[in-house]
Write a protein that binds this ligand. Structure first.
Ligand code: FMN
Length: 405
């Protein structure tokens, strides 16, 4: 089979829904909502453009379950039915050419910047970010009742996505946000049923899944994004991740996306790894083979995929089922269609280094630079592959001056 034919194959998830091909646009926070977290015309326009690219699944940027806990000021917030009309138009725009739109559902926990009035987490372990002093504050541990309220909130948001015509949801369990904080013994010091053993630390993720499943029913796709590891001493390890993947698969999870890292160590962007890993395609390629050995659940791998040959080989080798791509979609709006037509065999993401070490190490520019190009697309403009990283940094720093301590 040719590489293109491999990527072109459809795939039926455990819930019975068939995805048209194997390419997934992984979540990239649009950070472009209107006041109050309302999905903007700019976001809808961006997905109308991406929709023309016929990608199997378009996963939205992280959508917040609680207006009191934002990861960024421009996040979309879905707590109740008030934005149902905008969410429906978003779904129609994205799905007009056959793509499935999934909502990534998130709560930032301690990775909520200081503009939030209060910051919560499993325990009171502050996010240490040298160089960004004052940006994050010490979180307050959640009470038992609050934990259950948040589980309910994740479920509620999933049901709203379904009502608005979205074709699936994804729990954000990676990158050091709240679900990932529960999983890590570095941020979860609890001694109740939510902390301690890996079974207890995984309980939050599992209860969110169960709550969502009860609300959306058996035929609606639910996925999760999870870290292969946090890449920090005393944090979530590969062995633990494999255990959690098995638990999630046993529950019936429709798709498990593997990534890695947190705000402290931006492994998801290929930062803070050994040079050999950074240069290799697919940063978590060795881990996915271990994950495949413990589960038959559909696996999606994201981080570093750039050539069609490597993407197809991973599927042919049965290491995984779906290829996740993020940053290149901010440069090539119709990437999947062009790959499947044989027009693109290799992509790139932006060269985004400023030369300032403290900034480049944390992957901050990966976010700011690609966000800027997504914003251009939201205004109906073409992305600019040669945007100056330093200019983008200055603009971002100016817009976020009140959050930067
Ligand atoms: C601008 C930007 C925003 C991102 N926002 C999210 C997000 O909301 N949720 C998430 O899970 N990952 C997010 N990511 C990480 C990507 O999904 C992906 O894991 C990472 O970019 C590595 O994949 P790539 O090498 O194909 O870009 C973001 C990445 C970028 C560049």
């Amino acid at each position: 089979m040719t590489a293109i034919a491999t990527l072109q194959q459809s795939f039926t998830l455990p819930c019975g829904v068939t995805i048209p091909n194997r390419i997934v646009k992984s979540a990239m926070s649009e950070n472009n909502a209107d006041e109050g977290g309302r999905p903007s015309e700019r976001i809808i326009k961006l997905y109308e453009t991406w929709g023309k690219g016929e990608t199997g699944i378009l996963i939205s940027g992280n959508v917040m379950v609680d207006s009191h806990a934002l990861g960024e000021e421009g996040n979309v917030i879905v707590e109740d039915e008030r934005y149902l009309a905008e969410l429906s138009r978003w779904a129609e725009a994205a799905q007009a050419h056959g793509s499935h739109l999934w909502m990534q559902i998130n709560h930032p926990g301690r990775q909520a910047p200081s503009f939030n009035k209060e910051v919560v987490s499993p325990s009171d372990v502050e996010l240490p970010m040298p160089g960004l002093k004052g940006m994050f504050r010490k979180p307050r541990p959640l009470s038992e009742a609050e934990i259950w309220e948040l589980i309910e909130a994740f479920g509620r948001t999933a049901l709203l996505a379904k009502k608005a015509g979205w074709k699936g949801v994804q729990i954000h369990g990676a990158h050091g946000y709240l679900v990932s904080q529960f999983l890590s013994p570095r941020t979860n010091l609890r001694t109740d049923q939510w902390g301690g053993s890996i079974e207890n630390r995984a309980r939050f993720a599992l209860e969110i899944y169960r709550n969502m499943r009860a609300k959306v029913g058996a035929g609606f796709p639910i996925g999760i994004k999870i870290n292969s590891a946090d890449f920090q001493r005393g944090a979530f390890t590969e062995e633990e991740s494999l255990q959690v993947i098995r638990m999630l698969a046993d529950e019936g999870m429709d798709m498990i996306e593997v990534s890695g890292g947190t705000y402290e160590r931006a492994a998801m962007m290929g930062r803070s790894q050994k040079r050999s890993t950074q240069e290799r395609e697919a940063y978590f390629a060795e881990f996915i083979v271990k994950a495949r050995a413990v589960t038959n659940a559909p696996l999606l791998l994201t981080g570093g995929f750039r050539t069609v040959e490597v993407m197809a080989k991973a599927i042919e080798n049965k290491e995984l089922d779906f290829i996740g791509i993020a940053r290149p979609f901010a440069i090539y709006p119709y990437l999947t269609k062009e790959i499947l037509a044989g027009k693109i065999t290799e992509t790139r993401s932006g060269n985004v280094n400023t030369g300032i070490k403290a900034i480049d190490r944390i992957g901050f520019m990966d976010i700011a630079w690609h966000t800027e190009n997504m914003r251009r697309m939201g205004l109906g403009k073409k992305p600019k592959p040669n945007l100056s990283p330093l200019r983008v940094f200055m603009k971002f720093a100016w817009e976020n001056r009140k959050n930067m301590g």
